[in-house]
Design a binder for this molecule. Structure first.
Ligand SMILES: *Cc1c(COP(=O)(O)O)cnc(C)c1O
Length: 220
């Protein structure tokens, strides 16, 4: 039997108050998600725009939806007016496209810059050169608030490898904060850690974890 409220409670007690838990509800139906909602949880993450939109219609209005997966430019317009945080800005072009859509509705949209930290061909993200290029040209984005960085570690059981990837991102987050956002409280999210590696992520400084299967998946 799966106990979603208990799962959330367990994870929250392990990560502490300064770390935000994003309940990643991708692939789970609205009837499952509502169990987390009814337990008081309000922050959910989805990785596909279409899936997010169809579930959003079935669920309460006060949910904060985070987009955590690769975003195609032509889909931005469907989420731009309500999305709480976009974790997955993985190119300068995408950032420009988000800025353009946000300007049309006169909204400033909080975004995280997704860094490529894994040793895998399949993961999206910026390298450091691309990151600094964006940061050096921040004044061109009038409708974006850069709220932090995000990354996904390699899918491996080698803890040392995961740890070094998380430490790399954590150091980068701190460097960027000092250099580009020294007096701003808006740059504040270090989004790293999923079901398999969130404890390590938090130990490496994460303050926002994205956990799906550990909350929602059925196990006995
Ligand atoms: C699916 C997903 C997660 C959560 O993965 P779990 O292993 O189910 O916790 C976190 N981040 C991203 C970007 C995802 O796509």
């Amino acid at each position: 039997m799966n106990n979603i409220p208990q799962n959330i409670q367990n994870i929250k007690s392990q990560i502490g108050e300064n770390c935000t838990l994003i309940a990643v509800s991708k692939t789970y139906p609205a009837e499952t998600i509502i169990q987390a909602y009814n337990a008081g949880h309000r922050v959910f993450g989805e990785n596909r725009v279409q899936e997010l939109l169809s579930k959003k219609d079935l669920l309460p209005n006060d949910i904060q939806w985070h987009l955590i997966g690769h975003l195609q430019s032509n889909k931005i317009k469907y989420i731009i007016d309500f999305v709480s945080l976009i974790h997955s800005v993985d190119s300068e072009k995408l950032l420009q496209a988000i800025d353009k859509e946000a300007s049309k509705i006169n909204r400033v949209v909080p975004c995280l810059l997704q860094m490529y930290i894994a040793d895998e061909e399949t993961k999206f993200g910026l390298d450091e050169t691309e990151l600094y290029h964006i940061l050096d040209n921040l004044n061109q984005y009038k409708h974006i608030q850069i709220a932090g960085v995000m990354g996904m570690a390699t899918n491996t059981i080698e803890q040392e490898k995961i740890k070094s990837e998380f430490n790399f991102l954590s150091n980068l987050y701190n460097k960027v904060k000092i250099k580009y956002f020294p007096n701003e409280t808006t740059f504040k999210h270090l989004s790293m850690g999923m079901s398999s590696d969130y404890k390590l992520a938090v130990a490496c400084g994460s303050n926002m974890i994205r956990v799906g299967s550990l909350i929602f998946s059925m196990k006995d």
